[in-house]
Design a protein around this ligand. Structure first.
Ligand code: GAP
Length: 435
C-alpha cells in the first residue's frame, strides 16, 4: 500500500465526517483524534462484533467494565510504575524528543549539529493526582478475577473480556491513528491451568486472526511476528503480534501474550488477598496462567479503512464530467455506517420515497434519505461512506410498484418489488460478509 494512500485517507476521513483532529479550533492536541458521525458508527460496529464474537457467542468468556482510575498500588504491583518504559532521546539543540526505537542511529532531522542525548528511561503512563490513567484494561480483570470467578460460577479454562479507553503518554505520536495518546483496547484475559498455556496460546492466535479476517480484511495484508525474548514486555513469557500492511508498512495491529501467573502473583503478594483457584477435579489450589489476546480498536478501524479504501478514475453512472478521482469504501455490510440510502428521482417523488425510507429505518436504523443533486452524485456520496445499497424511487415506481436497487461494489442495478424490498435487502446485507 502506497504511503500517499494515507494522505488520501486522512483527507477523505476529515471531509466525510469519519475522523478529525481533536480540539482543532484551538490548533489541536498531539496524538488526539475525534470521530464524527460515520466514524463513531464504524467504530461501534467493530466493537459490537467483537463483543458478540467473544462474549455473547461463547459460554467460557464473561464481560466486565473496570474503572479507568485504579488505586495507585495496582500500578506498583503490576510492574508498570517501574517497567512501562520507552527509551527517550532528546536533541540537545532544539529539544525535540524521539522514541529511541524510532530513530535508531539517525540524527535529529534538523541538521548535523543537532546532537542527541543518550537514551533515558521514560514512563509512558499519564500521571494524575494520586494515581495514573490506565495504559491497558487488563489490570481490572486481574484485580477483580476472584469476584468474577465466584459470581459467574465459571471453571478453568475461562476468560474475562473488556474494552475501553486507555491512555499512553507516547514520546512521539505517529502515523495518524496508529500511535495516539488516547485510544481503546479490546482484550481478554483467559485463565488456564499451568502447563496448558502453550496450547491455548496457539488457539487464541488463530481465533484472533480469524476475527480480523471476518471483518473483511484481506489475508495477504496480515502476517505474524514473534517477539524475540529480549524484546518482551515485563510480564510476558512469549508474545506474537498480528501485523497489518498499513500504508507505512507491516506494523502491529493486535497481539497474543502469555502473561503466565505474573499479574495474579504480584497482586496476591501486594494486596495480601488469596487469588488462588481451587480446582475441584484435582483438589489442587494454584494460580492460573493467563493468555491475553489484545487489540487496539483505533488500529483495527484504521486497518479496516485501509483495506476497504479504493480510489478510481471514474466509475459512477453519471453524465456529468468528473474531474477528480472517485473514492469507494468497500466495507462489509455489518461494518458499513449506513446500510441503505433511499433517493426519490426528483423532489416531486419525495413523499413516496420517504415511506420506503421510514419502513427501512424502523428495521435497520442506519438508513439515509437524500433528495439533492443528480442520482450519479448521490451514488458517489454513498460510495464514499461505503453504503452497500442505494434504492431509487422513480416515475415508473408509481405504476409498477418497483424500485431500482444499486449495488455499491458491482454497480449492478435491479428492479425489485417494493413489497419484497425488505426481504431482498435483509438477505443481501446478511450474506455480504467478505470472509
Ligand atoms: N494488555 C496488553 C497490552 O496493553 P499492548 O501491545 O501494549 O498490550 C494492546 O497494547 C494494543 O493496543 C496493541 O496491539 C495496539 O493495537 C494498541 N495500541 C498500543 N499502543 C497504542 C497507541 N499508542 N495508539 C493506538 N493503539 C495502540
Amino acid at each position: 500500500m502506497a504511503e500517499n494512500t494515507l494522505e488520501s485517507i486522512v483527507s477523505w476521513a476529515k471531509r466525510r465526517g469519519f475522523i478529525m483532529p481533536g480540539s482543532e479550533i484551538y490548533g489541536g492536541l498531539g496524538g488526539i483524534y475525534d470521530l464524527g458521525p460515520y466514524g463513531v458508527a464504524l467504530k461501534n460496529n467493530i466493537k459490537s462484533l467483537w463483543w458478540k464474537t467473544f462474549v455473547e457467542n461463547r459460554d467460557d468468556v464473561v464481560g466486565m467494565e473496570s474503572a479507568i482510575l485504579m488505586n495507585h498500588q495496582v500500578w506498583q504491583a503490576s510492574g508498570h510504575e517501574t517497567g512501562f518504559i520507552d527509551e527517550l532521546v532528546e536533541c540537545k539543540k532544539c529539544h525535540r524528543r524521539f522514541k529511541a526505537d524510532d530513530i535508531g542511529d539517525a540524527k535529529c532531522q534538523r541538521g548535523g549539529d543537532h546532537k542527541l542525548t543518550p537514551p533515558k528511561a521514560f514512563n509512558t503512563m499519564f500521571k494524575v493526582k494520586d494515581t495514573y490513567l490506565r495504559p491497558e484494561t487488563a489490570q481490572g480483570m486481574f484485580t477483580d478475577f476472584k469476584q468474577i470467578l465466584e459470581t459467574s460460577r465459571q471453571k478453568l479454562p475461562f476468560g474475562i473480556a473488556q474494552m475501553g479507553k486507555c491512555f499512553r503518554n507516547e514520546i512521539n505520536t505517529k502515523d495518524y491513528l496508529f500511535r495516539v495518546r488516547e485510544f481503546e483496547i479490546a482484550e481478554i484475559e483467559y485463565f488456564v491451568k499451568p502447563g496448558e498455556d502453550d496450547k491455548f496460546f496457539e488457539d487464541w492466535l488463530k481465533q484472533w486472526e480469524d476475527f480480523v479476517l471476518s471483518l473483511g480484511i484481506k489475508k495477504e495484508n496480515l502476517k505474524l511476528y514473534q517477539h524475540p525474548k529480549e524484546g518482551l514486555s515485563h510480564y510476558s513469557k512469549g508474545t506474537t503480534d498480528l501485523q497489518y500492511n498499513f500504508p507505512f508498512g507491516f506494523k502491529e495491529l493486535a497481539g497474543v501474550a502469555n502473561r503466565t501467573d505474573f499479574d495474579l502473583k504480584s497482586h496476591q503478594e501486594a494486596s495480601g488477598k488469596d487469588l488462588n483457584y481451587f480446582d475441584q477435579e484435582t483438589n489442587e489450589k494454584y494460580l492460573p496462567f493467563v493468555i491475553e489476546p489484545t487489540l487496539g480498536v483505533e488500529r483495527l478501524m484504521l486497518a479496516v479503512i485501509c483495506d476497504a479504501f479504493q480510489q478510481v478514475d471514474s466509475r459512477t453512472e453519471t453524465t456529468e464530467a468528473v474531474t477528480e478521482k472517485e473514492i469507494v469504501l468497500h466495507f462489509n455490510s455489518n461494518l458499513a455506517p449506513v446500510k441503505v440510502a433511499v433517493f426519490p428521482l426528483v423532489k416531486k417523488l419525495s413523499e413516496d420515497a420517504k415511506k420506503i425510507y421510514d419502513d427501512l429505518k424502523s428495521c435497520w436504523g442506519a438508513i439515509e434519505f437524500d433528495e439533492s443533486g443528480s442520482i450519479g452524485r448521490r451514488y458517489r456520496r454513498q460510495d464514499e461512506i461505503g453504503t452497500p445499497f442505494c434504492v431509487t424511487f422513480d416515475f415508473d415506481s408509481l405504476d409498477d410498484k418497483k424500485v431500482t436497487v444499486r449495488n455499491r461494489d458491482t454497480m449492478k442495478q435491479e428492479r425489485i418489488e417494493i413489497s419484497e424490498l425488505k426481504n431482498y435487502l435483509f438477505e443481501k446485507l446478511n450474506s455480504w460478509m467478505k470472509v
